[in-house]
Design a binder for this molecule. Structure first.
Ligand SMILES: *Cc1c(COP(=O)(O)O)cnc(C)c1O
Length: 427
């Protein structure tokens, strides 16, 4: 390595059994000679060498040093070490976005002729990347049910190298059994990667359940305040500092040091934000279940959720901070428009969802998640807008569905904000 390795090294000032809250504010690199207390932002593209011979040694991998920020930078490395510590993995590699983390994972580990088994309920762009882009290069993906473990087993082929899951899913909040998928992967000599975006390591550490690699969109809860795009892959040193580092070095899906610094500081408050936002989400879900205009609430923290028991066990007893609900159809005159071919019944459902969304004043109408501000969105016409209605319905995403990524506002202000639309809906 021409650069210091981005793996966790024992730190003299950290207790060996330091807990996640401690690691989140303390893990990183030692301070510089100036003794700064807050981590420094090294906004530099390259690093100087004291003389030509040292430069030669560093380029020949004979001496460890920072060389060039495409493959390593001290601020980025602090983020990598801190996230690896939280996920409980040996190493981590930061990327420009969540999607580039998945790009790096598959580009680094698979080759033409290899096969992936992936949940059909993963993030939409993940499906496009695997099916569309990697399909072009001869990597095939079979998409299977989020919750039916037998379908994963049946989809395995001799050339299956990777299983890819994301739990809970968006927007249905379906939970998959990480330990069961790890067993299927390992008995076939394949690896299990889990996109841990929705829970973050504050609620779920997939490695403890047998997953090999963790994917993050740092854009969501790791930043936590909707400021920057970021991503990461966490896993064993042999993979992260082996094929993934070699791929990142050549392909350059690197996280900017500035964005790394923002997310690094975001990690410091991750545990308390996740706890507070999840507590808010549970209260909101319980309140929504009682509202007459609501048809169904989807939230893993509710006993009515089909995988409630698994979620409680896998997610540190928390349902997370994202929930969805469906409304009963609006009975008034149809005033909304929709894509061609949508039935009157579907338009009545869409009208009810739009009514509730448009009567909020506090919630932000945006499809992002993982912000301290509560975000509200209509999946059918936004994140799932490019699918056919039949595909949406197969995924359970009806026109009546509203997704809420719950933030830090006071719960009474949030219920009042949603009540404005729910109470004036004619159903
Ligand atoms: C947002 C998201 C991604 C993609 O992350 P970007 O940072 O937007 O590239 C991947 N997976 C999940 C679950 C997400 O929510």
């Amino acid at each position: 390595m021409a650069t210091p390795e981005n793996k966790r090294l024992p730190r003299k000032d950290l207790p060996p059994d330091a807990r996640i809250e401690t690691l989140a504010v303390r893990e990183g690199l030692p301070a510089t000679q100036w003794g700064e207390n807050s981590e420094a932002l090294f906004l530099t593209s390259s690093f100087n060498h004291p003389d030509a011979a040292t430069a030669a040694a560093r380029f020949a991998n004979e001496e460890e040093a920072f060389v060039y920020s495409r493959f390593t930078n001290p601020t980025t490395m602090m983020f990598e070490r801190r996230l690896a510590a939280l996920e409980g993995t040996e190493a981590c590699i930061a990327t420009a976005s969540g999607m580039s983390a998945i790009l790096l994972l598959v580009m680094g580990l698979l080759k033409s002729g290899d096969h992936i088994v992936c949940s059909q309920s993963v993030f939409g762009s993940t499906i496009s990347l695997l099916q569309g882009q990697f399909g072009k290069f001869g990597v095939q993906t079979t998409f299977v049910s989020q919750t039916d473990v037998q379908q994963w087993r049946d989809a395995m082929q001799p050339n299956t190298k990777l299983l890819f899951a994301e739990t809970p899913s968006n927007p249905m909040t379906e939970v998959c059994d990480i330990a069961a998928l790890a067993e299927i992967a390992h008995s076939a000599g394949a690896l299990l990667a889990v996109d841990n975006c929705f829970c973050s390591p504050a609620l779920q550490q997939p490695v403890k359940l047998g997953a090999d690699l963790i994917i993050h969109s740092g854009t969501k809860y790791l930043d936590g305040q909707g400021r920057v795009l970021a991503g990461a892959v966490c896993g064993p040193d042999a993979i992260i500092n082996g094929p993934l580092m070699a791929t990142l070095r050549g392909a350059g899906m690197t996280l900017s040091p500035f964005n790394a610094w923002v997310v690094l500081k975001g990690l410091e408050t991750l545990s308390i934000r996740m706890a507070a936002q999840s507590a808010n989400a549970l209260k909101l879900a319980q309140w929504l279940e009682l509202q007459p205009a609501i048809d169904k609430v989807y939230y893993p923290g509710l006993p009515s959720h089909p995988q409630h028991a698994l979620a409680m066990q896998q997610q540190s007893g928390s349902g997370g901070a994202v929930l969805s609900f469906t409304l009963k159809p609006s009975t008034g005159e149809i005033t909304v428009t929709g894509p061609q071919g949508l039935s009157d019944e579907a338009l009545r459902l869409r009208q009810a969802a739009f009514h509730v969304i448009d009567h909020t004043r506090l919630c932000s109408i945006t499809s992002n998640l993982g912000d301290t501000k509560t975000l509200i969105t209509h999946p059918s016409s936004t994140s799932h807008g490019r699918l056919q209605e039949v595909q949406r319905l197969a995924a359970g995403v009806t026109q009546a569905m509203v997704r809420v990524a719950v933030g830090l506002e006071h719960i009474d202000d949030l219920t009042a904000d949603l009540a404005r639309g729910l109470d004036t809906l004619s159903t």
